[in-house]
Design a protein around this ligand. Structure first.
Ligand SMILES: Nc1ncnc2c1ncn2[C@@H]1O[C@H](COP(=O)(O)OP(=O)(O)OP(=O)(O)O)[C@@H](O)[C@H]1O
Ligand SMILES: [Mg+2]
Length: 280
């Protein structure tokens, strides 16, 4: 669709796999003619089995790698590299250890050329936004995992990218921290209207965050189905996660993923037998 903020248009990505176990000397096809449109201002979650190509997809949107075939369009223009219109949050806290929380948030602002006088305000504002106003002077090693991830989120929001690309940003966190960061992220999204592409393999997280959830096939990754998540009024609900609507979507996605994992296992079996034959 021409109105898409981000469009993955028949995107394939093949890796030269000297390390690939299943196809020695051959190539690994991570994505195979994947097509997905992301609407302006939407919160889209991508789920898929491990190794199906989720990170590959996000890296392409971030301009960190290039498609083997097809193209990724942002605002209708092909992505040719990283840009300040797209902020990336990785699973591992990619903070600069020699900079304080404030210094890390300032980093993107410096890259963007924001004048020094305006930087301090923006840094303070964004540390407040993620609840870390009191920790501006702390270094990464003085912060918990959840706090580091908040700094990473504040950093990617501060320079005001249109699009946030998030690759399992909460996967390494404990359940409570994860829940509270999910709530913060939804609030930030509602307040800023940014387009968010969020990757996870946690089904609950997908249903809770995504207004649409794209379910990928096992590798080579394609989009199996895109689900509209309708949970009703989140603020009114006592416990959204135990509502009927939530359970319905959780089951729907779980079923789609289970079928994919089964298909992948079935595809693996003949290879295993061949490999085992000489031994047995
Ligand atoms: N740089 C690379 N070189 C070779 N193969 C790669 C490279 N990056 C990814 N792959 C392969 O591409 C496939 C998809 O990898 P990717 O990291 O995108 O999966 P994923 O869905 O993010 O998995 P996970 O859920 O475990 O994070 C995998 O088979 C992986 O081994
Ligand atoms: Mg990944």
């Amino acid at each position: 669709m021409s109105g898409d903020k981000v469009l993955f248009d028949q995107v394939s990505k093949t890796f030269d796999a000297r390390t690939g176990r299943r196809t020695p000397g051959g190539a690994v096809t991570a994505l195979d003619r994947l097509t997905l449109g992301v609407r302006p201002g939407e919160f889209l979650v991508v789920v898929g089995p491990s190794g199906c190509g989720k990170s590959t997809l996000l890296d392409l949107a971030g301009g960190l790698s290039r498609a083997t075939a097809g193209q990724v369009l942002v605002n209708g223009r092909p992505v040719t590299g990283p840009g300040l219109d797209r902020g990336i949050v990785f699973q591992q806290y990619a903070l600069l250890p020699w900079r304080t929380a404030a210094g890390n948030v300032a980093f993107g602002l410096e890259a963007k050329g924001v004048p020094r006088a305006d930087r301090a305000d923006l840094v303070a504002q964004h540390l407040d936004l993620v609840g870390l106003g009191a920790f501006a002077g702390h270094y990464p090693h003085q912060l918990s995992g959840g706090m580091k991830q908040r700094v990473a989120i504040a950093r990617s929001l501060a320079y005001d990218p249109d699009i946030l690309l998030m690759d399992e940003p909460f996967a390494a966190l404990d359940a409570q921290t994860r829940d509270s960061l999910q709530d913060e992220l939804v609030r930030i999204w509602e307040r800023t209207g940014k387009t968010i592409i969020f990757i996870t393999h946690a089904i609950d997280e997908a249903v809770y965050l995504g207004r649409r959830v794209a379910v990928m096939t096992s590798r080579p990754g394609r989009i199996k189905q895109v689900i509209d998540v309708e949970l009703g009024d989140l603020d009114a609900a006592e416990d959204v996660r135990s509502s009927d609507a939530f359970r319905h979507h959780r089951h729907q996605i779980w079923t789609l993923l289970r079928d994919e994992v089964r298909a992948a296992q079935a595809a693996e079996r003949p290879t295993l037998r061949r490999q085992e034959a000489p031994v047995g």
